[in-house]
Design a protein around this ligand. Structure first.
Ligand SMILES: *Cc1c(COP(=O)(O)O)cnc(C)c1O
Length: 497
């Protein structure tokens, strides 16, 4: 298995190089040129495995050049003792035919931990395989959750430095506090005056800037990314799709070969793409339901084949999905066309005009692949959260609420009874501010008073890592304009050297 750029089929690298570089030099994303294939027997054996073993088995197939022993060690470290549930990613039954895969039991209470507890182990190993002895500088744009998960994963990791940019005012107060209170000598955090897309574009621009690369190389540093543009982020995410299916086999809720649907709250398209990669590698998946909030650019794309980011940007109660440029869609476009020139053309159009038309035929192909898109606004997501809480005693966060609402729309439209797994991406306590109104409760108070109120009404305790934010000292309070991102990183690295 080799990797090529989504914008150039001829640009070939190994898995280690793909992880180390993060983004291809031509601005494309790295994709494997062929996919592994898991047999029914292999999937059945996963029903008896722990999460770290499933992760090791699945990741080994997507990371050629990394040995099983090596990955076993990484998985054991990443997924043992750091999650507050012994299952790591428990699968809960919500109502007949519907399960919730809770991916938020890690240290930062969002699903990003599933991959970002792993990436800091993969990256130094990848550097070593490439014979690289430079310091790896991680630049990350975040819509809220990636930033903290990446900081937590990389803080104190030998041979790495990490700098996170978040859109000022575009993340929840808890998310902001999680980031600006991060400990560690090798970390830096900036608020950027702009939205997530500005922040992500700024990071991409630094990446593809030759002068920056040269200047850093002279200091013995090289750039990489902890965003889901990095293959090292996607590979660990494929594992939990297999895991979820195996849990249903284990509980005899289905028989090997029976299909399941997944509904995924989507922003940058990394999570749902991992689900599709699992499907293409043999997991019996039927529909992949792409759930969006009011920033519903993907819903329109899946319905029409036109991607149009020229629309108002909405700040919603599900901030980690407030995204108009879904980076990982580029990978799906490459997989279904296998045409780097074509993808490059679309991405250039997106860059220059904010819109590209892949056509109704391509939209049909994506439907054949199982993709369907639905969206809802905050009000509808909140209604769904209330229904699930009062009707089923199941509490989900606003992002997962969008997914649950999309699933309701899907079943109302199709009547489909296929067992379905909703991918639950954040702890409700991370979004306590929205949770009380979502549950129909009126409450005045600051974020921490709301957190306590949520504990009382839900009869659950909030994760300690969130409760202690109230008294944690703020280390990073700098806001910069989007034109100053490059300069700010370089100045920080200068001071670090
Ligand atoms: C990142 C995130 C998402 C979106 O995931 P993508 O892989 O970007 O599509 C959804 N929900 C939460 C809570 C997140 O942190």
């Amino acid at each position: 298995m080799e990797f090529c750029s989504t914008r150039n089929n001829e640009l070939r690298v190994t898995a280690a190089q793909a992880i180390l570089q993060g983004l291809a030099p031509d601005g494309g994303l790295f994709v494997p040129t062929e996919l592994p294939s898991f047999s029914e027997e292999q999937i059945m054996t996963m029903a008896a495995m722990s999460y770290p073993r499933v992760a090791e088995t699945v990741m080994a197939a997507f990371l050629p050049g990394f040995s099983k022993e090596e990955l076993r060690g990484f998985c054991k470290e990443a997924y043992t003792g750091r999650f507050d549930d012994p299952q790591v990613a428990p699968l809960r039954n919500v109502r007949p035919g519907l399960w919730s895969l809770e991916l938020w039991h890690g240290p930062t209470c969002a699903f990003k931990d599933m991959a970002l507890q792993m990436l800091p182990r993969l990256l130094p190993a990848a550097a070593k395989k490439c014979g690289e002895d430079k310091q790896v500088v991680i630049l990350t744009a975040t819509s809220g959750d990636t930033g903290k998960a990446a900081l937590e994963g990389f803080a104190g990791v030998e041979g790495t430095k990490i700098c996170v940019f978040y859109p000022k005012g575009g993340v929840s107060e808890m998310q902001r506090l999680q980031m600006v209170t991060q400990q560690g000598d090798n970390v830096q955090v900036f608020a950027v005056e702009g939205n997530f897309d500005d922040t992500q574009s700024g990071v991409k621009a630094i990446f593809t800037n030759e002068a920056v690369r040269t200047a850093l190389a002279e200091k013995g540093m090289l750039l990489s990314s902890a965003n889901s543009i990095n293959w090292g982020r996607l590979a660990p995410q494929i594992a939990y799709y297999f895991w979820a299916y195996a849990q249903l086999l284990k509980s005899e809720s289905l028989e090997m070969g029976d299909k399941v649907n997944f509904v995924v709250p989507t922003g940058n398209f990394g999570n749902i793409l991992a689900g599709w990669l699992a499907k293409k590698s043999g997991l019996p998946v039927d529909k992949l339901i792409c759930a969006s909030n009011q920033n519903n650019v993907l819903t329109q794309f899946l319905q029409t084949g036109t991607y149009d980011k020229n629309r108002p940007f909405h700040l919603t109660a599900s901030p980690s999905m407030d995204i108009l440029i879904s980076s990982n869609l580029e990978r799906l476009l490459w997989f279904v066309t296998e045409n780097g020139e074509q993808v490059k053309h679309w991405m250039q159009k997106l860059n220059s005009k904010g819109v590209y038309r892949a056509g109704a035929e391509l939209a049909d192909r994506l439907r054949d692949e199982g993709f369907m898109g639905f969206w809802c606004d905050d009000k509808r997501a909140f209604d769904t959260i209330q229904d699930l809480w009062f009707g089923r005693g199941y509490l989900c966060d606003p992002h997962t609420g969008v997914a649950m609402n999309a699933y309701n729309q899907y079943t109302a439209l199709t009547g489909d009874k296929t067992p379905t797994i909703a991918v639950s991406t954040a702890s409700p306590f991370k979004f306590a501010k929205s949770m009380l109104p979502a549950m129909g409760l009126d409450f005045d108070g600051d974020d921490f008073q709301r957190l306590e109120a949520l504990e009382i009404v839900s009869c659950r305790t909030a994760p300690p890592s969130i409760k202690t934010l109230r008294d944690a000292p703020v280390r990073f309070d700098k806001a910069i304009s989007k034109s100053k991102m490059k300069e700010s990183v370089l100045r920080w690295l200068e001071a670090q050297a």
